[in-house]
Write a protein that binds this ligand. Structure first.
Ligand SMILES: [Zn+2]
Length: 326
């Protein structure tokens, strides 16, 4: 681990400069430090990493390729698609927070003729954590025309690994060609600073909407394993927990398999940790363990999604350590 990795860990903001290899992280604790990094590195691709348990602005990440738009019936123009998104966002904000000021809506766009790529957010309110932002996103999604509701078009950021927001004025870095493409620009407010578009900017004093009944997170169904005749004992659960620890897989809460999937142990994420299948830090992705007779393997839902079609799901075999065998 190099020095830059060490000092970004203690900072409030972790900004990634992926124009250099290996990945380089810059730490900042306040507005001045962020501005210093941005002016220093103009034209590079910088990312904002967000802690999922801090208040943050709701944000919609919208990606609509031109081909997908053209295939929609009844026909939708580019402006109609953008408008329906902005209206859905506005209406959801007003439902969640009736005193919300619609002038605080922020919109940024990546310049690309082949697709619509928008970030819609607001400086006028915050939600208590990323789970509520995920609920908010689902409310917006339901207000869109059905053809625009696909996961690939309106992304739920809570399902992503650590959230990265491309900074204003910075292009996306294409790892394959090494080019900087698709500069991101402010649409509203036109003269907005980068802080208007961050989701957890420094010194944000906007209202935190604590108790919206619309954003109540459903209790995850707890599994009563004893009554379900599942062939897993406490001892086996402890063994799997031990195997996870020995493989340095951290940040999860292990549960008993369900009756429907007796060989799948769900892993619910409790804390941020590094995923070696994806080679990145995860803040929200869940994972699972598969039992095959007496052996166990770790799988990540994100890694499953990212795998090339036709190939096997990537996994990590959880091997007992030498001492466990002896
Ligand atoms: Zn992963």
């Amino acid at each position: 681990m190099d020095a830059s990795m060490d000092n970004y860990g203690a900072s409030l903001y972790k900004i990634r400069d992926d124009s250099v290899k290996p990945r380089h992280f810059l730490g900042a604790d306040n507005a001045d430090e962020i501005e210093a990094i941005l002016s220093d590195r103009e034209g590079h691709s910088l990312h904002e990493f967000i802690d999922g348990n801090e208040p943050l602005r709701p944000i919609i990440d919208f990606d609509l390729p031109e081909d997908t738009l053209n295939a929609i019936t009844p026909k939708l123009t580019c402006n109609q698609a953008k408008n329906s998104l902005c209206c859905a966002f506005r209406d959801t904000c007003l439902e969640v927070f009736p005193k919300w000021d619609k002038k605080t809506m922020t919109i940024s766009e990546s310049s690309d003729t082949k697709k619509i790529s928008l970030h819609v957010s607001t400086t006028g309110m915050r939600l208590p954590n990323i789970a509520q932002v995920a609920m908010f996103t689902e409310l917006v999604r339901k207000k869109l025309p059905v053809a625009l509701q696909a996961n690939s078009i309106i992304d739920n950021i809570a399902n992503k690994s650590s959230f990265s927001l491309r900074m204003l004025g910075s292009p996306k870095y294409n790892e394959k060609t090494g080019e900087h493409i698709r500069v991101k620009k402010a649409i509203h407010p036109k003269d907005g600073s980068v802080f208007d578009f961050m989701i957890r900017p420094p010194n944000d004093e906007s209202e935190i909407i604590e108790n919206s009944p619309l954003l109540v997170i459903p209790e995850s169904e707890s599994i009563s394993h004893s009554s379900m005749g599942v062939d897993v004992t406490e001892v086996e659960l402890e063994l799997v927990e031990k195997l996870l620890r020995e493989s340095s897989i951290e940040g999860f809460n292990l549960s008993f398999p369900s009756e429907q999937s007796p060989d799948v142990f769900p892993l619910k994420r409790m804390a941020q940790s590094y995923c070696s299948l994806c080679d990145r830090e995860h803040t929200n992705e869940n994972a699972y363990i598969i039992r095959n007779k007496k052996s166990y393997s770790f799988h990540c839902y994100r890694a499953d999604q990212e795998k090339p079609s036709g190939s096997r799901k990537p996994s990590i075999k959880l091997a007992p350590s030498e001492t466990a065998l002896s």
